[in-house]
Design a protein around this ligand. Sequence first.
Ligand SMILES: *[C@@H]1O[C@H](CO)[C@@H](O)[C@H](O)[C@H]1NC(C)=O
Ligand SMILES: *[C@@H]1O[C@H](CO)[C@@H](O)[C@H](O)[C@H]1NC(C)=O
Ligand SMILES: *[C@@H]1O[C@H](CO)[C@@H](O)[C@H](O)[C@H]1NC(C)=O
Length: 233
Amino acid sequence: MKFLILSFLFITNITRLIFADYLAIDAAFPRTKKDFNCALNKGYQRAILRGYREIYGGQIDPDFLQNYNNAIAAGYKYIDVYMFPSATKSTNNKTNKTPQQQVRELVNFIHTNHIVVQTLWLDIEKADKTNLARWNMGTTKNRQFLKEFHDVLESTKWNWGVYSRSGDWKTITGDINWELNSSKKLWYIKVDQQQSLNNFQPFGGWKSGIGKQFDQNNNTLCNAIFDLNIFKA
Ligand SMILES: *[C@@H]1O[C@H](CO)[C@@H](O)[C@H](O)[C@H]1NC(C)=O
Ligand SMILES: *[C@@H]1O[C@H](CO)[C@@H](O)[C@H](O)[C@H]1NC(C)=O
Ligand SMILES: *[C@@H]1O[C@H](CO)[C@@H](O)[C@H](O)[C@H]1NC(C)=O
């Protein structure tokens, strides 16, 4: 009897993993084990952590490792990393790092620290209107930079995808339909509070997204700020 109950639980869990869409949180800035534990208990099964940030010409996010350790300690089994690259003419007058250098830094950091991530997301956005320096190289150079990121990420053989929104894609590349590689997975931003992937508006050659960020800076889910996402099973 005990065995039967356990098998049943096992099967329903597997079914849930295969068929149901699921929720995810993403975070930059320090979050505690308690914060991650709260999000996990609220059903947010995946944690996506910022591993690389754009400032100072591009650098490992100083909170990445601690956030990773806290998420693991809180019980997270499924963790992704996102990379906010530096893509500007200059940042604080420092020479910008090449896409190859930036990706290598993140890959090396992940290896050195024995971090296990499922997917690496390349964050392509203007986002903050106060930071006009992002992707200010002109659309031709922006596209070239994106292709370089694409090629170096491909060369890692890692599972990677793109995080972006249609408006930023248009501004950065100069054409909403310009394709980097629409065979890559897309996690898109549409802050509409809808836990649904059914209202996607195509851009970049993508006809659908595998994930959507539906809420940003949410501080009522838990007593900490998280962005909220839904992913296809
Ligand atoms: C960058 O260099 C320019 C020109 O030399 C200077 O006016 C500006 O203050 C510098 N910015 C920073 C952040 O150092
Ligand atoms: C585009 O992405 C797909 C899926 O990851 C990959 O198989 C393919 O090689 C990529 N295309 C190019 C031109 O690199
Ligand atoms: C934050 O998330 C919770 C739980 O999904 C939701 O009820 C709330 O409306 C969200 N938005 C804000 C601004 O708190």
